[in-house]
Design a protein around this ligand. Structure first.
Ligand code: WTA
Length: 646
């Protein structure tokens, strides 16, 4: 052993600092060796002998640690009991500032075991799917971990989605068990979650789904229309269940969870992650990118309904025995200082949030920030959309008092964990850039024809080789998986994002290059909003595009043509907006609806979205050639009545 190895720094970060360049080089040249070593960061019941077995060609098959067995819940709980049983696993901060709770690893373990037994009592077994439709309360994490414990595949559906959206997701993955709550509390408002769940079940049953069990968090008196036999009070189930529950031994490649996300076409896709590689990747990125250190309080503001809530609120932190803070409410309630009050109250060391929240809070004024004590903060993170350099600077200067590195992390539901991100405290930062790839990640920038561009370049972002956290397939639709991600550029994973690489090799994500919108960091397919609009009886045709929005990043701009005899007025606009909200959820609320007597189409009938996008962005200088349109005159009307002309 060389002297340098003898004097290995004690922390993971120290080791990376010394070896970053070498480690990155090894990680991409010899992934078997690199991940063979780092795969051991989690506990395996049966160790793996095969590390990486993946191909992006042909039928696309991705396998990591494929002969090992493990269990996520065991890794997030049991493994920590001996040394860290009394450490706080979850700090829960309620919507109401006077409410908070701390749950130790020991207590969380017991609750998860009990609920896992309750699931088993209701017939849930390895491989079954369970849908979780919950507010931001600890029981959401308990439900996820309990599924992991018994080997059930969870599908968490964001609590803000409509009954229609929930029903579609339950039917797609044939989920006969639902975990929900009587209500959710956000910004002082009560949202009747169980009522939405009941409505969703009605729709799903109509489509042929059998729903056998609905676990409900909440008091019996508060649960509307309790269905005997089907509905089970969470609290009663947990109290009567045994606290002993052996964790199922799962193969590394057994399905772990499904998470529905929007694509450029059709209905949401069920992204499927498997067990071993996902956990190795989520936990390693959580520790390394944030430089998480034992006993620190870590707060990720994402909802459990999104992938960030999976990898960096629940699984990554808990696998690392971290203290993870879960916040039920919104950053502006009771006032715009709430986040900083929480930082002070719980002495938060690491904060991970989204640019859209920062833009809102920046607009509220610095006083809200500076009146709270933020001296505990050490690392600041962002995710979800490109962060404007001004917002980045504000985050660093005002929130972090110029002391805390800002880690801008680029990744996706599909990637399982961070892909391009700095290592806090190690990587030199540039405001607005996600900086450099994580270990094992090989980004390539390609042009429209698929040529790989080297050096300084701008184009479409692909990833050239597999990494452990990668999605394995789309649930029940491997053909669509290959079609969506591996057919645009043969042999490469296509991210759907545009990207620029500068002279220092730093990456700058420029946003989606497909028909996916990013509204307040939420992914939304234009096709989904369009199909919601055309399901309204007054709408004949709809085209939806994004346009720049100060707070949301992108706003939703809709063009609609109407059925004969229907006129466009305020009332119809309101009704269309309400309709989209009820079909998808409030996050899909259209920002602007424009009446279009006709849509710009090619002679073959294809809507020219490029033109619609330019009109919405008020960028009329680059409308391009409109002479090839079936009816070029429609453009004049759309231009004359565009939002910016109002
Ligand atoms: C965008 C969220 C720029 C990107 C983890 C990606 C980002 C999509 C960043 C995935 C970032 C995410 N900078 N853009 N740091 N992080 N994005 O699946 O367009 O909800 O493709 O995963 O968000 O969104 P998703």
């Amino acid at each position: 052993m060389s002297q340098a190895q003898n004097q290995e720094p004690q922390t993971e970060l120290g080791r990376f600092e010394t070896h970053y360049a070498n480690w990155y080089e090894e990680s991409v040249r010899d992934p078997n060796r690199f991940w063979g070593r780092h795969g051991k960061r989690i506990h395996w019941f049966e160790p793996y002998s095969i590390v990486n077995n993946a191909s992006f060609e042909g039928n696309v098959s991705i396998r990591w640690f494929e002969d090992g067995t493990t269990n996520v819940s065991y890794n997030c709980l049991d493994r920590h009991l001996q040394e860290n049983g009394d450490r706080t696993a979850i700090i829960w901060e309620g919507d109401d500032p006077s409410e908070s709770r701390k749950i130790s690893y020991r207590a969380l373990h017991e609750e998860v075991c009990r609920f896992a037994n309750a699931l088993r009592d209701r017939g849930v077994k390895k491989g079954d799917t369970v849908t979780i439709y919950m507010p931001m309360i600890p029981e959401a994490a308990v439900a996820m971990l309990a599924c992991a414990r018994v080997g059930a595949v969870h599908s968490v559906v964001f609590g803000g989605f409509s009954p229609e959206a929930l029903a579609g997701r339950m039917v797609d993955c044939d989920s006969s068990v639902l975990v929900t709550a009587s209500e959710s509390l956000r910004g002082g408002r009560r949202i009747p979650l169980k009522q939405s769940a009941d409505k969703a079940i009605q729709i799903a049953v109509h489509q042929g789904l059998t729903v056998s069990t609905v676990f409900v968090v909440g008091e019996r008196d508060h649960v509307p229309s309790f269905v005997e036999g089907r509905d089970v009070l969470y609290r009663e189930a947990v109290e009567t269940a045994s606290p002993e529950c052996a964790a199922e031994h799962m193969n590394a490649e057994d399905p772990f969870f499904i998470l529905y996300t929007s694509g450029s076409t059709g209905k949401p896709k069920g992204v499927l992650h498997t067990t071993g590689g996902y956990l190795v990747y989520a936990s390693m990125t959580h520790e390394v990118v944030f430089d998480y250190r034992p006993n620190e309080v870590y707060w990720c503001t994402a909802d459990v309904g999104w992938v960030t809530g999976h990898s960096y609120l629940v699984y990554g932190p808990l696998a690392n025995a971290a203290t993870t803070l879960m916040f039920e409410g919104v950053p502006t309630y009771p006032n715009a200082g709430r986040m900083w009050e929480i930082v002070e109250k719980h002495r938060v060391n690491l904060l991970y949030t989204a640019p859209t929240a920062l833009r809102t809070l920046m607009g509220a004024g610095d006083d809200y920030v500076t009146r709270s004590d933020r001296s505990s903060l050490r690392v600041l993170g962002t995710v979800g959309e490109p962060i404007n350099p001004e917002v980045w600077e504000w985050y660093s200067r005002v929130v972090g008092d110029n002391r805390c590195p800002v880690v801008d992390t680029w990744w996706q539901t599909e990637t399982g964990g961070h892909m391009i991100a700095p290592i806090a405290g190690v990587t030199p930062l540039k405001p607005g850039s996600a900086t450099l790839p994580f270990f094992g990640v090989v980004p390539v920038i390609v042009d429209q024809e698929g040529n790989v561009l080297t050096g300084v370049a701008e184009g479409n972002l692909c990833i050239a080789q597999s990494w452990p956290g990668q999605m394995r397939t789309l649930y029940n639709d491997h053909a669509r998986f290959i079609q969506t991600y591996f057919s645009t550029y043969q042999g490469k994973y296509f991210t759907g994002d545009g990207c620029r690489r500068d002279a220092d090799g730093y990456y700058w994500i420029t946003g989606r290059v497909d028909d996916v919108l990013n509204v307040s960091g939420h992914r939304m397919g234009t096709a989904e909003v369009e199909s919601a609009l055309v399901s309204h009886p007054s709408v004949a045709e709809a085209a939806v595009v994004g346009y720049p929005h100060d707070i949301k990043g992108q706003g939703i701009y809709c063009y609609v043509t109407l059925m004969g005899g229907v006129s466009f007025d305020d009332e119809l606009q309101k009704s269309l907006i309400a309709h989209v909200r009820s079909e998808i959820g409030p996050i899909a609320t259209p920002d602007h609806i424009q009446f279009a007597p006709g849509l710009p189409k090619t002679r073959s009938g294809k809507i020219m979205r490029r033109i619609l996008r330019k009109i919405a962005e008020n960028d009329l200088s680059s409308l391009g050639d409109t002479s090839t349109l079936a009816d070029p005159t429609v453009v004049d009307d759309l231009v004359a009545n565009r939002l910016a002309s109002k």
